[in-house]
Design a binder for this molecule. Structure first.
Ligand code: AMP
Length: 376
């Protein structure tokens, strides 16, 4: 059972469900009542363009893909959500079969935010009183933006992941117009908002977050998943202050392959994805999971300084990323500087591996084992 008492947040809202049976007395939310996600003022978003052998469905130059139904939901393991960590255990509560997952099972509450393609609501699974977040995506919008393949990939990847610092996707279902994602509820919202409010994070707080990120990325990379879009906007904060990587829209399952698709946010892109000829001396822009190590370095810099290291005009940002041209301000400790310099390395092969990130003196100094999720 969900332990937090969030009942007060619930008001009855109407999301018409063509498949659901339970349509009892819900009140429709007004568009203006929906919270909009914060936007990064200076952030330059790269057009989602595809390079050779692209796997991106978001390329505006591509013909729209044929509309295919999403694969059937993985079993919505709602009992699993009540487990304290990511170790798999036998479910204690009988599981609903995938076919029975529908909107009527949920009481839909207050809007939590609005993304590019959908709205996210607080929700409660009625039978088990289980609190979750329900993301509603409109199929026509996904089709128009040609991101169906991206969403399908996001669902496939995220539903197979289970780690305390990775936002859990419990299940999904759809009706003729919408796709619903049943997500873990991150009670403290976006990390980006916390960072903007704080200006910058203290070193102990940043170290706790970096340790959690490194743990989550190690898990993802072991599963051959490259996130490719690590940035504060894609990290949520759980009720205990622990961080949760979300937004797997740009992630790929890449067992043994080097990828060639350009994606993500310019400020966080590594040299091998911006530089003709790639980093590490290769002739193409191929890259591997080490792109996430670079992004971890950018993230760490932004946590400690309050802005990304290569923020500039788009042309200059490209140039500076290609040369790892940045300066860490004097107020940052020498140990933190050392770790940033070991992650923001042009040649991907020479970036500090994740196993060594968690053992780095700066992380060790600030994170007593088991306390990296401590609230600051
Ligand atoms: P997204 O479409 O995933 O970018 O989500 C839009 C906004 O909804 C986010 O910026 C968050 O503020 C909020 N949100 C999304 N997912 C969750 C979640 N699982 N728990 C809490 N808030 C969320």
């Amino acid at each position: 059972m969900a332990t937090c008492n969030l009942g007060a947040h619930f008001e009855r809202l109407s999301i018409h469900d063509e498949n659901g049976e339970d349509q009892k007395s819900r009140v429709k939310p007004t568009a203006t009542s929906l919270a909009h996600s914060s936007s990064r003022p200076k952030l330059v978003k790269l057009p989602l363009q595809s390079q050779k052998n692209s796997t991106s469905a978001a390329s505006p130059r591509k013909a729209p893909p044929t509309r295919k139904p999403l694969p059937d939901a993985a079993p919505p393991n709602l009992a699993e959500a009540q487990q304290p960590d990511h170790h798999s255990v036998a479910p204690l509560i009988p599981q609903p079969s995938p076919k029975t997952l529908h909107l009527g099972l949920f009481e839909v509450g207050k809007p939590l935010g609005k993304g590019k393609f959908g709205r996210v609501y607080l929700a409660r699974e009625r039978q088990h009183n289980f609190i979750c977040a329900l993301k509603v995506l409109h199929k026509t919008e996904l089709q128009q933006a040609r991101v169906e393949k991206q969403v399908r990939r996001e669902i496939e990847i995220q539903s197979n992941l289970c780690h305390p610092n990775v936002l859990k996707l419990y299940g999904h279902f759809h009706d003729s117009k919408r796709i619903f994602l049943v997500l873990e509820f991150a009670g403290r919202g976006e990390l980006y908002k916390h960072l903007r409010k704080a200006g910058r994070f203290s070193e102990p707080r940043a170290a706790g977050y970096i340790a959690q990120m490194a743990s989550a990325l190690r898990y993802l990379h072991r599963k051959h998943v490259i996130h490719r879009d690590i940035k504060p906007e894609n990290i949520l904060v759980g009720i205990h202050g622990e961080i949760k990587i979300s937004d797997f829209g740009w992630s790929v399952h890449a067992p043994g392959n080097r990828r060639t698709t350009i994606c993500g946010t310019l400020d966080y892109l590594p040299p091998e994805m911006v530089k003709p000829g790639g980093g590490g001396g290769s002739e193409d822009r191929s890259y591997d999971e080490k792109v996430d190590l670079w992004s971890l370095g950018v993230l760490m810099y932004e946590f400690l300084v309050g802005e990304a290291p290569f923020e500039d005009t788009p042309v200059m940002t490209h140039r500076r990323i290609a040369r790892a041209d940045m300066t860490v301000p004097a107020f940052v400790s020498p140990e933190a500087k050392d770790l940033i310099h070991k992650l923001l390395v042009v040649d991907p092969k020479n970036r500090l591996p994740l196993e060594q990130v968690v053992q780095h003196p700066w992380v060790v100094k600030h994170c007593v084992k088991g306390e990296s999720t401590k609230q600051h």
